[in-house]
Design a protein around this ligand. Structure first.
Ligand code: NDP
Ligand code: BG6
Length: 516
């Protein structure tokens, strides 16, 4: 049963689709964008008449370009068999990000390929029509030409290039008679002011309805699942409030450090890197009110609304950490990374309490914890319920619902049951829905495949709207500015540990979390 319907756009056989990947020579394109496009191609989820252009300044030969496209695909024989067909629909255009001529060349190339695809589509339809005597009689060519082509412009570029490229697209490539979609990668600004400025600049070029800001957490299977768990199951809906929930924790743990990305991370820190975006997005879905419908704007209205009820985070509600070398000295500390100054105060760990001041959540603490170079790889949401007062069973452990986003997708419910056998004791066990065992043989797509498919389908539900982004920055900007202005020092913690001193007790002391 599907719950999201596609809008303008259910992929039609005669649909002409162009995808331009700007920054095609870069890391994201190689690691994520091309593999995701390939995944859609091999799953027959790209419309049949699709052309992919890579665009960048680098002078890449055809074989160098193909090597980048295929660097992270082709793990099985089945995949390898699809590679030639995929490469056939990929072209590369070399150009600057601010030169009219280069974008006019791109436009000409797009139009030329669109014409070829249009003819192919007409031929396909003509074959179909002659073999189908009950055909509608509609002129095939005119039905194709009447259609609007789809053009997706994916900016896999450093943010410094976003506005220049968006302007070039608008001035030299954009054609209002087609569907135009601009996909932008994070980071969307550095704080409230820079983000608002960026939104304004992009907003003068593209209407919000054409902008898709990627937060890849919104494409993750278990994050998408939260909406379903909450609003499709009567027993969760009934207890999803301050009467029954004691506290909520959203946890992100990575077992590796910045390792070579220190130069990037230094100006960012863990709060901008994953909390202000990925984890706050998760929080907004866990906390939002019921949307009026599954329409993307209804969902985004509700997410934005709940963010409006979150007060800016205060420094005294935050524990900051920065990792040092591992205890055995085998792993380097953050400050050993290239590009990180020896006196850096950039946090690689942060734990904080947030409050939502609305009817549903008033008084419930939300703990967000995120850290690099910790003891485990884990992203999860832990919802701890209150004890039932006056229960016939005394001293009960609390129920918990855990949605594990990674590494192994799972939903489990810590539930009290009778100890099996002759014992009359109670024990806390799990109603466990680990996806790999429950849905045997399933392959969960990478978030980027899901999100690119959403872009093709014109579904904005899993993309960050400008007003939502503004709220997210409002919540964190005062804290970030204070940390920077006052040079607040993070607590050290060893690479591979559980975090700085106090991290383990934080949720118990600050949010009333009770260890089961
Ligand atoms: P890169 O640094 O690899 O840049 C992508 C391409 O942009 C480069 O190949 C280069 O192409 C061009 N470029 C780089 N620097 C400049 C510059 N100063 N001026 C003009 N062009 C430049 O970035 P990524 O691919 O890593 O990331 C792209 C976007 O995706 C960024 O916004 C990033 O924050 C985001 N992102 C990246 C992730 C990743 O894992 N890499 C993860 C999540 C988000 P050329 O010189 O050939 O034109
Ligand atoms: C990125 C951050 O946005 O998300 C990285 O820049 C982080 O620092 C990554 O490692 C985590 O994503 P995932 O999908 O691996 O959990």
């Amino acid at each position: 049963m599907s719950f999201m319907c596609s809008l303008d756009t259910a992929a039609r056989k005669d649909e002409i689709t162009t995808i331009v990947v700007f920054g095609a020579s870069g890391d994201l394109a190689k690691k994520k964008t091309f593999p995701a496009l390939f995944h859609l191609y091999k799953s027959a989820l790209l419309p049949p008449h699709t052309r992919i252009f890579g665009y960048a300044r680098s002078d890449l030969s055809r074989s160098e370009y193909e090597a980048r496209i295929t660097a992270n695909i082709g793990k099985s024989d089945k995949e390898r068999a699809c590679i030639p067909g995929f490469l056939n629909i990929c072209s590369y255009i070399r150009g600057q990000y601010d030169r009219d001529d280069d974008f006019l060349t791109l436009r000409r190339e797009i139009e030329a390929k669109e014409d070829v695809m249009l003819n192919d589509a007409a031929c396909d339809s003509s074959v179909a029509a002659t073999s189908n005597s009950s055909s509608s009689g509609l002129s095939i060519d005119s039905s194709c030409r009447a259609g609007r082509n789809k053009r997706v412009f994916y900016l896999a570029l450093p943010p410094s290039q976003f506005v220049s490229v968006a302007r070039q697209i608008k001035n030299n490539v954009y054609d209002p008679k087609h569907y135009n979609r601009l996909v932008i990668e994070k980071p969307f600004g550095h704080d409230l002011e820079s983000s608002s400025h960026l939104c304004q600049e992009i907003g003068t070029l593209f209407p919000e309805s054409e902008v898709y800001r990627i937060d890849h957490y919104l494409g993750k299977e278990m994050v998408k699942n939260i909406l379903v768990l909450r609003f499709a199951n009567v027993f969760f809906q009934a207890v999803w409030n301050k009467e029954h929930i004691s506290n909520v924790q959203i946890v992100f743990k990575e077992p590796f450090g910045t390792e070579g990305r220190g130069g990037y991370f230094e100006g960012v820190g863990i709060i901008r890197d994953v909390i202000q975006n990925h984890l706050l997005q998760v929080m907004s879905i866990v906390a939002m009110e019921t949307p009026n419908s599954l329409d993307s704007e209804d969902i985004r209205d509700r997410k934005t609304e709940v963010l409006r009820h979150i007060k800016p985070v205060e420094l005294d509600q935050v524990l900051l950490g920065q990792y040092t070398a591992s205890k055995d000295g085998s792993k380097p500390g953050y400050k050993d990374d290239d590009g990180v100054p020896k006196d850096s105060n950039t946090p690689t760990f942060a734990q904080m309490v947030l409050h939502i001041d609305n009817e549903r959540w008033r008084g419930v603490p939300w703990v967000i914890k995120a850290g690099k170079a910790l003891d485990a790889a884990k992203v999860l949401v832990r919802i701890q319920f209150k004890e039932k007062s006056g229960n016939v069973f005394p001293d009960l452990a609390r129920n918990e619902l855990v949605v594990q986003v990674s590494p192994k997708e799972a939903v489990y419910m810590k539930t009290l049951v009778k100890e099996p056998g002759l014992s009359t004791n109670l024990t806390l066990s799990e109603l466990d829905m680990t996806y790999q065992s429950r849905f045997e043989g399933i392959s969960i797509p990478d978030a980027y495949s899901t999100l690119i498919l959403d872009v093709l389908n014109g579904d904005h539900s899993n993309f960050v709207r400008a007003d939502e982004l503004e709220e997210a920055w409002r919540i964190f900007t005062p804290l970030l500015h204070r940390i920077e202005r006052e040079n607040v020092q993070p607590q050290p913690y060893a690479y591979g540990s559980r975090g700085p001193e106090g991290a383990d007790e934080f949720a118990q002391l600050r949010a009333g979390y009770k260890m089961p």
